[in-house]
Design a protein around this ligand. Structure first.
Ligand code: MTE
Length: 299
């Protein structure tokens, strides 16, 4: 599937001029972004070349809309994002059903150029716009007994062919330990290249945790729950031997069915290029979160 997609199009074919120009601007802007204070993250941004908007919108995983890489772009237009309500519940001071504007009011949207590494061993570089998840959690008031954050994707069976076909146990659910959720690299993305998220990318709001495999970055979120128990996550429920709760990018721990030592770079020209996968996807500042843990056991 992936190679068919690659052979069909070359990079110049699929790069609209506007996206290309925008890409140059973002590249130029990365120098300025270096000042935002995330030492390692900012360094990691230097020299990163973002994928085009076209690439980011045409090669996706969003199983609610089918299992093929092209299916989300074909089918996600059916997602109804009007009147989006996010339920915030569990161990919080201010639980409630929030409209997005209220949840994000007063919080700043930041530009983050991040590597994105799928557990299937392909990668992209994405210029996200988003809000630090910590800002959102601080706003709703996390209670001291909370240890984890659970997330849930919307289910619209009539609009979602993958839900009709039960390709996974929906709703898609994910979770983070609270310290992971509060880490400044973790964002709730609302846009890419300063445009609102495309539906296939998880409109109107999706998680981005750049040091973890892409499946942790849950899309089209309608519920955020603070809890004191490790929450279930979709891919672990589907196959607990292959997908762990943490799922930190780790080139030394292979997937049972393939190596994680390297990755195929999406958009690397007619012939997809490979590069070595970096520990924590190249974000070493998160290593202290896992001190004392055996990451081959807690994978
Ligand atoms: N979120 C939901 N709700 N459903 C999904 O199938 N797929 C995950 C993640 N979030 C998925 C999801 C996987 S496996 C990946 S790699 C990323 O979304 C892909 O994000 P992208 O399509 O924006 O690149």
């Amino acid at each position: 599937m992936a190679y068919r997609w690659k052979n069909k199009l070359s990079r110049t074919d699929i790069t609209p001029k506007s996206a290309y120009l925008n890409r140059r601007q973002i590249l130029a802007g990365t120098v300025g972004l270096g000042a935002i204070g995330l030492a390692g993250g900012a360094q990691a941004q230097d020299g990163l070349e973002p994928n085009t908007l076209e690439e980011i919108r045409s090669y996706n995983n969003f199983y609610e809309f089918g299992t093929g890489k092209e299916d989300p772009a074909l089918n996600a237009h059916k997602l109804d994002t009007s009147n989006w309500i996010v339920k915030v519940d569990g161990l919080v001071d201010n639980p409630g059903d929030y409209v997005m504007d209220d949840l994000f009011a007063g919080l700043s949207v930041e530009d983050r150029l991040y590597r994105f590494r799928c557990v299937e061993a392909w990668s992209m570089v994405v210029p996200w716009n988003g809000i630090e998840l910590a800002d959102i959690l601080n706003k709703v008031g996390v209670q001291s007994s909370a240890k984890y954050v659970a997330f849930e994707t919307v289910v619209q069976p009539e609009n979602m062919i993958g839900v009709q076909r039960r390709v996974l146990d929906f709703p898609y659910v994910e979770g983070l330990r609270l310290d992971e959720a509060m880490h400044p690299l973790t964002i709730m993305a609302t846009g890419i290249y300063d445009e609102p998220l495309a539906k296939q990318n998880g409109a109107p709001m999706r998680l981005v945790v750049p040091w973890k495999y892409g499946f942790k970055s849950i899309k089209s979120i309608v519920r955020i729950t603070l809890t004191d128990e490790e929450p279930p996550i979709s891919w672990n429920k589907a196959n607990r031997r292959e997908y762990g709760f943490y799922s930190n990018v780790n080139p030394t721990v292979d997937h049972p069915r393939w190596s994680q030592a390297s990755e195929r770079v999406i958009g690397g020209g007619l012939f997809a290029s490979r590069q070595d996968t970096l520990m924590f996807n190249g974000y070493p500042e998160v290593a202290s979160l896992y001190e004392g843990m055996d990451l081959s056991v807690d994978f």
